[in-house]
Design a protein around this ligand. Structure first.
Ligand code: AHG
Ligand code: MN
Ligand code: MN
Length: 301
């Protein structure tokens, strides 16, 4: 049995980075408990995107902040639920996170997640996803799992009896089974090319696997080793919905490390996009390389 922290030791991960990741792992355990028991209602506040916050959005953010503030190697944090990046100490590590992704699925008891990116930086502005040292997400489903990359492949841990233990030592895009998770079908109203892509997937008998949560949707692609998730732009949302720093960049690092691909649907690697503001959004096509290439061809003709 290999635990999360043992795994990092065995891989020879620098002790400071290891302590940041272990703090995040501890916060995931607490959020997992909170989701099971805490109030699933609204917080009565909105975030900078004008989205209504759930009590659980605020609580998850608080749990992560508290864990990171206790860790002296962490100097900076940025959360999807906070308006600005926050200096929390003098340490060199900077952590950006979406504390609860898919919060609209909480009341119907579908899987949700947390997403984390780890940099060494004193501001996130001007960084690119390629500069991340590690990224991970947690899935709060029937099991609680963590999918992690320290830029040396991708692994999965499962929470068992209070400990995260290694449950998959090689998460990889390995096959060409046809599976699609098409986000933002609203774009079909104005984007005939997205309709054509949808028709292609249906005619080719792709399997539809879409939950409405980016974390479980991309987790499925990684663990099944095939498929694609798309969230395109359209005039009402010229950069799509999903946020570069908090959602798209960490997920893209995991996908590339698993042998897949992630672009802005217009040919640019997500990890090469410069972060100019914390709230920056980007369209995203992410999954098996051939699937992303096919989808880009449809969208850009
Ligand atoms: P969040 O709950 O952090 O605001 O993000 C939810 C995201 C993502 O999980 C999902 O893929 C996408 O929103 C779905 O959006 P729409 O259903 O609004 O298109
Ligand atoms: Mn989110
Ligand atoms: Mn969120």
């Amino acid at each position: 049995m290999t635990t999360f922290c043992n795994f990092l030791e065995q891989k020879g991960i620098d002790s400071e980075l290891k302590s940041v990741l272990c703090s995040l792992k501890d916060s995931v355990k607490k959020i997992s408990e909170a989701i099971k028991t805490a109030d699933t209602g609204r917080a009565g506040s909105t975030n900078i995107y004008g989205e209504e916050q759930l009590a659980l959005d605020v609580l998850s953010d608080r749990i992560i902040q508290d864990e990171l503030k206790k860790n002296e190697v962490v100097g900076l944090l940025a959360s999807e639920e906070l308006p600005e990046e926050t200096k929390v100490g003098d340490g060199p590590y900077a952590v950006c996170y979406d504390p609860l992704d898919g919060s609209s699925l909480v009341d119907v008891n579908l899987a949700v997640g947390s997403i984390f990116g780890i940099y060494k930086a004193d501001t996130f502005i001007g960084r690119k996803g390629d500069e991340m040292l590690a990224s991970m997400f947690a899935v709060y489903g029937p099991r609680t799992t963590i999918v992690l990359t320290v830029k040396n492949g991708v692994v999965e841990f499962s929470l068992k009896d209070g400990n995260f233990v290694l449950s998959n030592d090689e998460v990889k895009i390995t096959n060409d089974k046809k599976m699609f998770a098409p986000g933002n079908l609203r774009a079909c109203k104005t984007e005939p090319n997205y309709v054509k892509l949808m028709e292609y997937w249906m005619k080719e008998q792709y399997t539809l696997r879409y939950s409405g949560g980016m974390v479980p949707d991309i987790n499925q692609i990684l663990l099944k080793g095939c498929g694609i998730f798309t969230y395109p732009a359209y005039p009402d949302a010229p950069n799509g919905k999903l946020r570069l720093l908090f959602e798209c960049a960490p997920m893209s690092l995991l996908m590339e490390q698993a042998g897949g691909k992630s672009t802005d649907s217009r040919g640019k690697r997500i990890l090469e996009i410069e972060i100019r503001e914390l709230s920056q959004r980007t369209p995203i096509f992410i999954g098996a390389t051939e699937e992303v290439d096919i989808a880009e061809k449809f969208i850009n003709t």
